[in-house]
Design a binder for this molecule. Sequence first.
Ligand SMILES: C[S@@+](CC[C@H](N)C(=O)[O-])C[C@H]1O[C@@H](n2cnc3c(N)ncnc32)[C@H](O)[C@@H]1O
Length: 333
Amino acid sequence: MIPPPLENALYGIHATHALRLADRHGVFTHLLRHGPATAPAAAAELGLDAETLERLMLLLKVSGLLADAGGGRYELPAGTADFLAPDGPRYLGGFVEHLVTDASRQLELLDGYLTHGKDAVDADLPDAFARIHRDGASTERFLAAMWQLSHHASDRLAELADLGTVTRLVDVGGANGPFAVAALRRHPALRATVFDLPEVEPFLKAKRSEHGLDDRLDFRAGDFFRDELPPGDCFAFGYVLSDWSDATCLDLLRSAHRACAPGGRVLVMDRLFDEDRDGPLGAAVMNLSMHVETQGRHRSAREYAGLLEAAGFTACEVRRSDGDKHLVTARRS
Ligand SMILES: C[S@@+](CC[C@H](N)C(=O)[O-])C[C@H]1O[C@@H](n2cnc3c(N)ncnc32)[C@H](O)[C@@H]1O
């Protein structure tokens, strides 16, 4: 018997591809709408090859990603619909697509990193966000994945952030607005500015209109390494500090400290390593991904607190959600 951790690592690649294909071809949606089905029945409805779909669904069942409904029929296991239904609040389809297409290509760089070092390999490559924003289609794919990853979590994070007394939220690297939109919907008197690269502007404007927030959500185009941040009394960094080195994070946090009104706050929303670095698995996986996709890494709550204090913030507090993204908040005295 191959030990289970080794078996998962060996065969996980097949399960990931099966998950992506079942999502792309509407298999999960079909099971959700029409109930349990055999592979030939689902294949006939979806116009797919029955033999291929049978093998795919069998692997998904053996991997625990589909359940046996009896009579050769498959169904979604309890508790997975929110993640697998394209209109589910925690839908992961865009993230799986990103892992299989962009991230796995990037992982091939690790071999060169091991032998020549990251700096030597990256010297010949474009900067991470120049690559992501190389054309409108790539920006759109990236922002769709960010929205899927962040918007549902943002409802809870906006609640944890306790924004009742905030008047102007500045969402630094706020993308197409997953956090700003959640915060504005929770607090009708709040106004927000998303500060991000100019390529992001049309996508933020589209989301803002979709959510009826044209009058309360501004976009400020800029480069946070060259431009001062707009003023506000609360500065959000969601999945931004994990893109950068400690030295760069310190520059960004100092810039937020300069722009922040006295008594205002900063919100760092990110994955958190356990202090002993025993997990969670998602942080360890994305920590490796950050190495090849960006200049960053994942940190523990204590490491973020150290950066916030070094940038001049005080009264650091950690507030955990039940998901992957947590909140570390501090105050500008
Ligand atoms: C990983 S995304 C985070 C999106 C969002 N805050 C969230 O929580 O999902 C990082 C964001 O930082 C923006 N960004 C990267 N470099 C930047 C720069 N130099 N100036 C301003 N924004 C930048 C990217 O365009 C992107 O929207």
